[in-house]
Design a protein around this ligand. Structure first.
Ligand SMILES: Cc1cn([C@H]2C[C@H](O)[C@@H](COP(=O)(O)OP(=O)(O)O[C@H]3O[C@@H](C)[C@H](O)[C@@H](O)[C@H]3O)O2)c(=O)[nH]c1=O
Length: 395
């Protein structure tokens, strides 16, 4: 059995991630792992069950390697049962209620019963939600059948929650980038995108399937000024197949299709830093899930959030909760327009999305100003990693 080289440290943290679907589970855990290493100097072992999905957002990852390291994070292929020796450190995080391997649970139990001082803190990192109940559930202990306490760590927007993932220097880097339009034009060139002028409207699209996107593309086709939609290979393309001259599988990043005023650009997927730069460079971002949703907020640009669909339309409750806090101090006309666009997009309501998008254009300036102010309000003084480190120190 290969050994986990970082097992020699006692203060490392282990993060376990099961990729359910898409890139959100690995996107969040990978981002947190990088930040804990870079800003807190904590040795991190990230255990991931699906390296192929991971490689889409970390193209340098070797999917055949059992162990490798990037940005100082030790990445392990998580097979069940574990085929790499596990030695716990200071913290074990199970992301999004994934089931820890029995060896790991066994070791946590043994350490708790035999040497309380060296027993790791066991946390479940939950999904992000702006709903009120999160305040009351964040940080609750839960006694497990093995007698060990597991803590529930809820990210969130209020001071009572676990906070939002945001790197310490991110806003400075963003501001430097956005201060000079040469940066965005250089990025577009580097991505192989052609024909984008500095004053054209550029929209990034990273959504799930929805007829609302098809309707918006038809609207952009007839725009009086050029519109560029930048779409990575993935699920959004299923909604615009009718606009493409070939099958989605045959599309190649860098290809572009001109349809009236609209140019559709097919993008490669990049690493997370590249994705941030893309969001910083566009006039408007359509994002989804959990992590790109936050990154669009940190980009300080207007956005539509295509929320991950849940049973019984529960995602619409979560969407409303976010709309309420995002629009809290927006003028009513702007708040209504922005929320209606988001609702229509999520409900696949083609007429409504087109109508409200047109209103959105008329409130673009105040919406832009709000997007610039919002990140500081949303962070509520402390980001997730700093609250998490504090939480562990206090637990
Ligand atoms: C397009 C693109 C994305 N990314 C990253 C950004 C994010 O970290 C990640 C995308 O994650 P999300 O935005 O959260 O969307 P997602 O739809 O991929 O993930 C979803 O997965 C489900 C299982 C969860 O239940 C959802 O809540 C959600 O997290 O991909 C890149 O790094 N490069 C790229 O080029």
């Amino acid at each position: 059995m290969p050994t986990n080289s970082s097992c020699l440290t006692q203060h490392h943290w282990d993060i376990f991630c099961t990729v359910v679907d898409n890139y959100g589970d690995i996107g969040v855990t990978w981002r947190l792992a990088k930040q804990l290493v870079a800003e807190y100097n904590i040795p991190i072992n990230l255990w991931v069950d699906d390296l192929l999905s991971f490689s889409h957002i970390l193209p340098k990852l070797d999917i055949n390697k059992a162990q490798q390291s990037f940005f100082g994070v030790n990445i392990f292929q998580w097979n069940n049962p574990l085929d790499i020796e596990f030695k716990s450190g200071e913290v074990v995080i199970e992301a999004f209620a994934c089931e820890l391997p029995s060896q790991v649970k066994g070791q946590i139990e043994q350490l708790h019963h035999h040497s309380d001082t060296h027993a790791p803190t066991w946390l479940n990192l939950e999904y992000l939600s702006a709903e009120d109940w999160v305040d009351g559930c964040h940080g609750l202990p839960s006694s497990q059948p093995n007698g060990v306490t597991k803590w529930f760590y809820f990210p969130g927007f209020s001071a009572k929650t676990g906070g939002l993932i945001c790197e310490r220097d991110l806003f400075n880097q963003r501001d430097e980038w956005q201060a000079d339009p040469k940066h965005k034009l250089a990025l577009f060139k580097q991505l192989g995108l052609q024909g984008i002028n500095a004053q054209d409207t550029v929209i990034s699209v990273f959504s799930y399937e929805t007829e609302a996107l098809t309707a918006l593309c038809h609207l952009w086709q007839a725009s009086p000024t050029p519109v560029h939609a930048l779409i990575p290979k993935g699920r959004s393309l299923n909604s615009i197949q009718s606009l493409l001259p070939c099958a989605i599988e045959d599309l190649i990043p860098g290809q572009q299709f001109i349809i009236g005023s609209l140019t559709l650009h097919i993008l490669p997927m990049t690493d997370q830093n590249g994705f941030d730069r893309l969001l910083w460079s566009c006039d408007f971002n359509i994002v989804r899930g959990e992590d790109s949703f936050l990154r669009a907020q940190w980009a300080a640009k207007p956005f539509i959030w295509h929320i991950y669909p849940q049973e019984d339309d529960y995602h619409l409750v979560k969407l409303q909760a976010f709309i309420q806090i995002y629009c809290d101090n927006l003028a009513p006309e702007i708040a209504t327009t922005w929320s209606e666009v988001n609702l229509a997009f999520n409900q696949g309501n083609t007429n409504a999305v087109v109508m409200h998008w047109q209103h959105l254009l008329s409130v673009n300036l105040p919406l832009m100003q709000h997007a610039i102010k919002w990140p500081i309000n949303a962070l509520n003084d402390a980001d997730l990693a700093s609250r998490l480190v504090q939480f562990v120190n206090n637990s």
